[in-house]
Design a protein around this ligand. Sequence first.
Ligand SMILES: Nc1nc2c(ncn2[C@@H]2O[C@H](COP(=O)(O)O[C@H]3[C@@H](O)[C@H](n4cnc5c(=O)[nH]c(N)nc54)O[C@@H]3COP(=O)(O)O)[C@@H](O)[C@H]2O)c(=O)[nH]1
Length: 698
Amino acid sequence: MKRPWPRRRSRTQTLSTKLKWANLVTSGTVILLSTLFLLGIQTYFFTAALVRQTQAQAAMGSENMSAAMLFGDRHAASDILAALRVVSDVQSAVVYDNANKRFASYLRDAGAAPVALRHDSGSGYALSYRHVTVVEPLMVKRQRLGTLIVQSSLDNVYRQLAFYLALTIPLMLAVLAIAHLVLSRLQRFITDPLRALSETSAQISRLGDYAIRAEVSSLADIGTLSTAFNTMLDRIQKRESELEAEIAERKRVEVKLDRLAHFDNVTQLHNRHFFNDRLEAVIARAQRCRERAVVMFIDLDNFKTVNDTLGHDIGDELLRLVSRSLTETVRPGDAIARIGGDEFAIILENVHQIGDASMVAEKCLLRIAQPIAISGHEIHISASIGISVYPDDALTMHELLKYADSAMYYAKNSGKNAYRLFTHSMQEDARKRFTLDNNLRRALERKEFVLHYQPQIDLRSGAICGAEALIRWIHPELGLISPADFIPVAEDTGMIVAIGEWVLREACHELRRWHDAGHGVRMSINLSGRQLSEEGLVASVLAIVDDSGIDARWLELELTESMLMDASASVIDKLHTLKRAGIALAIDDFGTGYSSMSYLKTFPVSALKIDRSFVRDLPHSTEDAAITKAIIAIARSLKMETVAEGIETLEQGEFLRASGCDKAQGYHYGKPMPAAQMRELLMRREQETAEPALPCDA
Ligand SMILES: Nc1nc2c(ncn2[C@@H]2O[C@H](COP(=O)(O)O[C@H]3[C@@H](O)[C@H](n4cnc5c(=O)[nH]c(N)nc54)O[C@@H]3COP(=O)(O)O)[C@@H](O)[C@H]2O)c(=O)[nH]1
């Protein structure tokens, strides 16, 4: 493994310290070099002086020595040499004769050895680190008598040099100290602004405050540096504030997006996305803690009518008030969300028994059913609730939601303002509905629908005065499928609009054939609620009537009571337009809804069809007898005719005829039959009576 380089000390030192060291080293080096140079010069001069002095002593000794040498007087020679004692530097002096034998000598220290004469010793001098040795030949009239060697010690030179150094070193140190002080002062001119700049940047980085500015130095270069530094800070501060504004804006958008992603704009409740996440979490917790969790799927009944008649603002306000009611009904910890137009969902956690969920559903229904006042309107609304339970019904979020939705669908189909707990048979039904839905979409193209016609009898004459067109679906694999099974699916998916148009066209063209054959009968056709709310319904009906060439007066459209109860202003307008075009309108299954007399009067309806549930037990059921008579009386008072449905016996027919019912329809007179059979029946009946059938209202 590579070892990191040790951090250099110099990197941690300040510029000022570095400069101080640089000054010290530079001045120290200069002073040291100067001292050495001066020392060298002194050494040279002192040595040169010693050499000259020794040479002079040697020259003087040589002159005096000549006579002593000529006469071979050793004592005189020794005395002459001994005179050199006065010269303190001279350490020794030796005279050699021509045979190189020592003739006389002087030694300052008795123990010292006299300087030896070397073969190469000419005249001149030699220097060693201890001595200066001068060799002087002894000449008399150009004749050499011997050699004198004088040796001086360099000790004095060294002493002088030592003294010189002793004086110089403190002086140099003083100079160094002064230089250091002066340079340090000068250096602060440069380093102080730089240090201030550095402290400013450290302060900025410590506080994160880009509003701080450096003091601009008067020194040109550093002034430029501080100005550039401040300009850079200006830019950073500007960018910083732009960045802060951008971050604030981004945060605001994020909060908004987060709200949009998790909350519903209208009710401020959580939305489907959040609800799904929450349900996942609730399921995980319920699984861990072995608890029950309940999903309630709530769909408002007839909310579309409120929206269509009173407008979207009131519709939105209604949603807000309903959501408030729901929030106040459940416990604070229970999750509640708006998951669709008029759909809400609630999660109840830690539910001990299913009965608790039913109780909450009942409370919600009661609360929603309270009249709500908005902008001067008193609105009555109800809801249908489906309930699924974890882990009893399903283990996953998607299944729980799907099952709660299926249960809600059952609640709605059972007459609305109700709740249903999910059962697995509902799922089987839903699967069948899904299959039906898929097949329905192709049934029209594949011409799998046919119409059957059920005769209607004029109870006064006994003649066939009309027929009700009833759709049949002959599926290639599933066989005959009852309209009771597929019409609700077609209504839910909207397919009923196309199917209804086909029924109208087909029935009108069949009626035209009957009329062409001389049978003056009326055709009754069922209209679904979904068709009635279609914008183009009136135009479509009139175009079909026109296209088939029938007189509109021979056509009757059957509507249910609930369709009229939910009718918006635009629907009522459509009914009046149809009525004005000559088309008759009848209320189907009359007696099963809750239409009031006063309400009935507002619709352009000309007939009431008594529901077969009131006919089934006639004439024995006194209650049903009373109801049918009451309906007939109501119809009379409103100048409407009555048609009794589901007559299976002669007795029932007789009772109704005697009670004043105008027309009858039921298996007793004829089951719904294919067109060809119906034509035959019409023909046969006409031949039997030998006179053409009269229109019912003729
Ligand atoms: N929107 C449309 N609805 C339609 C259309 N065709 C039929 N329907 C509706 O489907 C429901 C079931 O209809 P169907 O199975 O055809 O039943 C009809 C008759 O067969 C039945 N009936 C008639 N007489 C008797 C009888 O004596 N006993 C008995 N048990 N049943 C009898 O009643 C049904 C007709 O009812 P109604 O329409 O209320 O007059 C049914 O609700 C149809 O309305 C369609 O094209 N469009």
